[in-house]
Design a protein around this ligand. Sequence first.
Ligand SMILES: Nc1ncnc2c1ncn2[C@@H]1O[C@H](COP(=O)(O)OP(=O)(O)O)[C@@H](O)[C@H]1O
Ligand SMILES: [Mg+2]
Length: 205
Amino acid sequence: MKRGFFICIEGLDKCGKTTQSMLLVDNLNNRGYDAVYTSEPTDGRVGKLIREYILKRKKRVSAAVEALLFAADRTEHTETFIKPNLDRGRIVVSDRYIFSSIAYQGAAGVNPEWIRKINKAAIKPDLAIYIDVPINVIASRCKGEGSIMEKIETQKAVREVYLKLVRSGDLTLIDGNRTIEEVAKEMEKIVLERLESKNIQRFQA
Ligand SMILES: Nc1ncnc2c1ncn2[C@@H]1O[C@H](COP(=O)(O)OP(=O)(O)O)[C@@H](O)[C@H]1O
Ligand SMILES: [Mg+2]
């Protein structure tokens, strides 16, 4: 069966994931590839629970329960969106994926091997990019907004896990502390090299 190419974009809050994921999809489509944007947590029912219980802090749950909710949302995302699009030969760009769970819930003390286990249904990305930005730059981009995912101490611990995943080869690091255009150009270069080496076909001429 024809299979597309799965890319996930990872990093701290405000590192530029959404900006860069959308630019990447536009750039790929402009080059004649068939690329689609998607993101986690999703807009599905479990994604809504995550927003209510975790991101908006309506009700505190343990980090293990957070990990389970994210894994459930990701399983639904994979089954209903990512896999069907890959099966159609598309390039899927996901704004956050399994490495967000390993980084955030892992930094909160949840065993990373268990996180990988409960995410067994998640498809392994062909390319997982981590946009690295120093904590002080993240803090200046946050300008006092205070979701629990954005506290400085949390950010530091999460960044450490992401950097560990870079060292283990799970993630490819891109320096995000540059202009949006510079980051986008490097990301496009890395992705195009991979698509060409994997012989991924263009949609149009
Ligand atoms: N390279 C960059 N330099 C300066 N500001 C940036 C850069 N990339 C993104 N931003 C800005 O930072 C904020 C967060 O970007 P966003 O793409 O939403 O990050 P994320 O999705 O990782 O939270 C936005 O206001 C965006 O315009
Ligand atoms: Mg975003």
